[in-house]
Design a protein around this ligand. Structure first.
Ligand SMILES: *Cc1c(COP(=O)(O)O)cnc(C)c1O
Length: 295
């Protein structure tokens, strides 16, 4: 079966008085609409990993994630759609939640592992699947050069030039792909990375490892809200207001933090009048399921 999805990811403009007063045009690339489950950057990151698996006759995807991992869920659904078997190795003690329910519903087998063993993923893969010639190792979050390649294709789809592009960063794979795409197209667009983890400056090296050419970009380390999966009232209030005003769902782990940064920078007069800004909606709205009690 050909491993491809027809990409539906339009660019929508967000209009409000803040952007109007600043004289800026803010747009959002709707990668959340690519697929209801295999959403956003997770599809882009999986595309060439799945093609590689197919080319190597590997029919069993083995990957890793936390109990609320968007990547586990995307891999489960992609495996089901394209005819692979899938195993998710889950960090921590055995639990059940909405994300893992959806993983299992898509046929993913789940193996729980303690946090200590989870650190050495290749060792875990060998422990369980050394004898399975059909099994292929896919890193946590789909972090890989293949993942970055898939993400670079986002730039091919853009309808116009932008002065700034913003993206939420976990592993930095998506950011690296987007930067490579901008470079391939000869665009001078300034890329802005918004790390969702604390002490996010490590992301510069992670992105650097996957860049085809050294390119400067902006790093905004002040929008982690306490770290990965952490939130506070201002972030939750921002998300509520954003969703109610735009009809576009976002969540607190990734896209909420990235868009908070765009709005906050705009309010501080960071952008010049007339500039065009693109925020990448990297999907992941199922992450909301693990955060209902925060709202
Ligand atoms: C996984 C994820 C990211 C992080 O992507 P990286 O390539 O790991 O930096 C960003 N946004 C959403 C919605 C995600 O699910």
């Amino acid at each position: 079966m050909e491993i491809d999805l027809e990409i539906y990811s339009p660019v929508h403009q967000i209009k409000n008085t803040l952007f109007n007063e600043q004289g800026i045009n803010v747009f959002i690339k709707r990668d959340d609409l690519i697929h209801p489950i295999i959403s956003g950057n997770k599809w882009r990151k999986l595309k060439y990993l799945l093609k590689k698996a197919q080319a190597e006759n590997k029919s069993h995807l083995v990957t890793f994630g936390g109990a609320y991992s968007n990547h586990l869920l995307a891999t489960a659904a992609a495996a089901a759609k394209f005819g692979f078997k899938s195993t998710g190795i889950v960090r921590g003690e055995q639990v059940d939640n909405d994300t893992l329910f959806l993983c299992r519903l898509h046929g993913m087998e789940l193996l729980f592992t303690d946090r200590e063993s989870y650190r050495d993923k290749p060792a875990l893969f060998n422990k369980y699947f050394a004898d399975d010639v059909e099994a292929i190792f896919i890193d946590e979050g789909g972090a890989s050069p293949e993942g970055a390649k898939g993400c670079s294709e986002l730039i091919d789809e853009l309808p116009r030039r932008y002065d700034h592009v913003f993206c939420a960063c976990g592993t930095g794979t998506t950011a690296a792909g987007v930067i490579n795409g901008l470079h391939q197209h000869g665009l001078s667009t300034l890329f802005h990375a918004v790390p969702v983890l604390k002490n996010g400056s490590f992301i510069t090296d992670e992105i650097g490892k996957l860049l085809a050419h050294p390119v400067n970009f902006e790093l905004h380390t002040g929008y982690h809200f306490g770290g990965y999966g952490k939130t506070d009232k201002p972030l939750i209030d921002f998300i509520k207001q954003f969703v109610a005003q735009t009809g576009i769902l976002i969540e607190p782990v990734y896209t909420g933090k990235m868009l908070f940064a765009v709005y906050d920078l705009a309010a501080k007069g960071y952008f010049k009048p007339g500039e065009n800004i693109l925020a990448i909606h990297s999907g992941g709205i199922w992450g909301l399921l693990g955060m209902k009690d925060k709202f």
